[in-house]
Write a protein that binds this ligand. Structure first.
Ligand code: GDP
Ligand code: IMO
Ligand code: MG
Length: 422
């Protein structure tokens, strides 16, 4: 009856989608527990690329059910677009897809507020994906939101217009922004009609019933630990709990049902959007990581900021999440680097050196790096740990020691099978 989880240990885009897709056929269900269409999870299936924003990454596994949990915020327009994209590719998708009645709905005006709020922040903007995530979660915690289950209420349209009116009043507080509200609203209501025909369920009963029948369930996180609203680089974060704690509130399961926490980290670091990033490389090496790693956002196409792996940050994330299994992705991106570096401590403005993630990241005066020689070869033919070059083995040892977690998976390419299991 266990739940295993896959979640990001850095600033998102660690390759969660690929790993969920790889592991999904061992599970009866894959359940997304938080976030919304700010996520972009990339899957390569038979040489074809698919980017999922709201759908769980288990959809390509024919024997796996998929739940969009109560912790997720759903934009009907984006969800319907995703369903349309997959209509021909996965004919039975709608039979295997369930939506929690308690998941909140992103309204067009949530996206408008997101935009107005970012514009008003000027150079201090969060760098939001502008998908309406923050304003939707604000309505959830402010107890104003509309949920998937409300779609079946005869009062739904009136409730929508009441909330929209509140939003229009709120928007008056911001400098004027242009937003094609009428066109967006038309698309939104068309999509709502399609969503009504999906399998809407009490997600918490659905998942607990599966668990009581001894099913294995895989929880899929979005974003990453450093974007968590409590433990991330606040205020430059998203608006949900991306960490392990979010699994329980985002699905309605008890902590005792969680078995493994599989934490995903890249072999280096990236961040898209604004905010602190201690190991960021604003030089040629950073450019090279971006180029070799094709580091451009899966949702917005923005260039991702790049830097070396930060072991202070990784250790913090492993602690917060109680990571039991570590997965390192995109190791192949480092194949051509003569030297591979990582950050192992920070020197603060008071001249003290620390290996602990500080509250005020502005206090970091210098990041202290160490390195090993690169392996300077392709990893294409490495299918098991013993086939890895010695330099990779040394890098892994350091990583395991510093994070305190044994490596379970090493990803050496975007494809489903480009993965070494330890
Ligand atoms: P997610 O949001 O965590 O699912 O990650 P994204 O899909 O946003 O970004 C990860 C990117 O890296 C995608 O383009 C993946 O296809 C790609 N990717 C995943 N694992 C690997 C890997 O091991 N090597 C390489 N080169 N690319 C990878
Ligand atoms: P996946 O699931 C990377 C970032 C945005 C911005 C901040 C707040 O693909 O890893 P929001 O739209 O939530 O208001 O944005 O969080 N962000 C992500 N960065 N991967 C993601 O998701 C992200 N989702 C949000 O760039 O800095
Ligand atoms: Mg992504």
């Amino acid at each position: 009856m266990p739940v295993d989880a896959i979640l990001g240990l850095q600033w998102g885009d660690e390759g969660k989608g690929k790993i969920v897709d790889f592991l999904a056929d061992k599970y009866q269900a894959v359940c997304r527990f938080q976030g919304g269409p700010n996520a972009g999870h990339t899957l390569w299936i038979h040489g074809k690329k698919f980017v999922l924003h709201t759908l769980p990454s288990g959809v390509f596994r024919t024997n796996t059910l998929n739940l969009i949990g109560n912790g997720v915020v759903i934009d009907p327009t984006t969800l319907v677009k995703e369903l349309d994209m997959l209509d021909q590719v996965i004919p039975d998708l709608k039979d295997r897809l369930y939506l929690s009645q308690k998941a909140h709905l992103i309204l067009p005006t949530h996206r408008w507020i997101d935009l107005a709020s970012e514009v008003s922040k000027g150079k201090n903007k969060i760098g939001s994906t502008l998908r309406g995530i923050g304003p939707c979660y604000m309505d959830k915690t402010g107890r104003n939101g509309l949920r998937i289950g409300d779609l079946l209420s005869p009062d739904f349209k009136q409730d929508y217009f009441n909330l929209k009116e509140k939003h229009l009043q709120f928007l008056k507080l911001f400098p004027e922004t242009e937003f094609p509200i009428e066109a967006e609203e038309t698309k939104w209501f068309e999509s709502i009609e399609q969503i009504r025909s999906l399998q809407l369920c009490a997600g918490e009963f659905w998942v607990n019933q599966l668990l009581s029948k001894n099913a294995n369930v895989l929880a899929e996180g979005a974003q990453g630990t450093m974007l968590d609203v409590d433990f991330g680089t606040y205020p430059y974060v998203t608006s949900s709990n991306t960490i392990a704690a979010g699994i329980c509130t985002g699905l309605g399961i008890a902590p005792k049902s969680i078995r493994k926490i599989i934490g995903i980290a890249k072999a280096y670091c990236t961040r898209v959007g604004s905010g602190p990033f201690p190991s960021e490389l604003l030089n040629e090496t950073g450019e090279r990581l971006r180029k070799e790693g094709n580091e451009f956002g899966s949702t917005t196409g923005r260039p991702r900021r790049c830097g070396w792996l930060d072991l202070v940050q990784l250790h913090y994330s492993c602690m917060i999440n109680g990571v039991s299994d570590l997965c390192i992705t995109k190791l192949d991106v480092l194949n051509a680097f003569e030297e591979i570096k990582w950050v192992d401590s920070y020197t603060l403005k008071n001249n003290l050196t620390t290996e602990e993630w500080p509250f005020d990241l502005q206090q970091i005066k210098q990041v202290n790096e160490s390195g090993v020689n690169g392996w300077l070869q392709s990893l294409e033919n490495c299918k098991s740990p013993d086939q890895l070059p010695e330099q990779v083995k040394s890098f892994i040892k350091i990583l395991e020691k510093k994070s305190g977690i044994p490596l379970s998976y090493l990803s050496t390419g975007p494809g489903r099978e480009e993965l070494i299991c330890f």
